[in-house]
Design a protein around this ligand. Structure first.
Ligand SMILES: CC(C)(COP(=O)(O)OP(=O)(O)OC[C@H]1O[C@@H](n2cnc3c(N)ncnc32)[C@H](O)[C@@H]1OP(=O)(O)O)[C@@H](O)C(=O)NCCC(=O)NCCS
Length: 291
């Protein structure tokens, strides 16, 4: 029985910033924090997705009665991905970014390769924490369907295809992304395409209303055909497409069809002796928090 004579740990720390997991019901506040940090308001689906994934941990820093910084890690087993790192613009430069990233990474087992895609603002922090450059993640924007010659074996991807797709994805990405792929598919089951050669999966792709990806494929022709199908299947309006810079064939293809480059992020790694993915077969990344 507590006598009440001793303050609880929470009470003792009440004036300083507190780092803790995101609580149910705080999604809208986190979304607003990220919108302020990144300068755009497209984080609703991301926050809800991460909050619902069993292998994702969203950390927040609370100070002066509000959420001031955030970072999330998705732990896929061999690979962990760090994303949605942001600090309230009014409170940057006080060490909150470093503290939230260190707290988010602390529970990650030491055998994981940790990956991230760094903005110009974030990169200096990640360098200090031991991350090294792999290549770049090139963000492009399609404003119209991106045409490509058809290839045989393309079909709408259904729930029944998911186990085979997840196994294929694991061989290319280097870890089991079941949670992320299932979450994206559930959100938009209509925006999903598979390509088979006989019974074998040789490519697949998913899309959300405002982005295409992931798209993984055995050949550039299949990757281009998947992007074409996905780009024609979405709503009107621009869709972002994020391509590893090591997939030069896909970048050339998109540029040749007038798809404009918006920006580049530094794809960085910490841990392991090599990158776990075959980035050449990743035609389009899923997102900066799902890899
Ligand atoms: C990146 C971001 C989270 C950093 O947040 P912050 O709270 O200001 O970070 P900190 O105060 O902990 O600073 C982090 C470290 O980076 C250093 N740093 C920050 N900006 C720097 C710069 N332009 N050049 C060199 N070092 C820099 C700081 O000195 C600090 O190093 P230290 O811990 O050794 O002193 C914040 O700028 C942000 O939210 N940016 C917009 C969203 C974004 O781009 N997120 C990152 C996506 S990868």
């Amino acid at each position: 029985m507590s006598s009440g004579a001793f303050p609880s740990p929470q009470a003792a720390r009440i004036d300083g910033p507190i780092i803790r997991p995101l609580r149910p019901g705080e999604e809208a506040e986190l979304e607003a924090l990220l919108a302020a940090a990144y300068g755009h308001a497209r984080f609703g689906p991301t926050v809800r997705r991460l909050a619902g994934m069993a292998d994702a941990a969203v950390h927040v820093l609370e100070a002066e009665g509000a959420l001031r910084a955030a970072a999330a890690v998705v732990d896929y087993g061999r690979v962990a991905y760090l994303g949605i790192v942001g600090t309230d613009p009014a409170m940057q430069g006080r060490g909150f970014g470093r503290r939230i990233v260190e707290a988010a990474l602390a529970p990650v087992p030491p055998d994981r390769v940790i990956l991230l895609d760094a903005s110009v603002a974030g990169a200096p922090l990640y360098e200090k924490l031991g991350f090294v450059d792999v290549d770049q993640s090139v963000v492009l924007e399609a404003r119209a369907p991106v045409e490509a010659p058809p290839v045989p074996g393309m079909a709408a991807l259904t729930e029944a295809d998911l186990p085979a797709v997840i196994a294929y994805d694991s061989g290319v990405f280097g870890a089991d992304r079941t949670s992320g792929i299932r979450a994206l598919f559930r959100e938009h089951p209509g925006g999903a395409v598979i390509c088979r050669d006989g019974g074998r999966v040789v490519g697949y792709g998913l899309r959300q209303p405002d982005r295409i990806g992931p798209v993984l494929a055995e050949t550039q022709a299949i990757g281009a055909a998947l992007v074409a199908a996905l780009s024609a299947s979405g709503p009107e309006g621009p869709a972002t497409i994020t391509v590893p810079s090591s997939n030069a064939a896909m970048l050339d293809h998109l540029r040749g069809r007038g798809v404009a480059e918006l920006r580049r992020l530094r794809h960085m790694r910490r841990g392991g002796d090599r990158h776990p993915s075959d980035r050449g077969r990743i035609a389009v990344m899923a997102s900066f928090h799902l890899g």
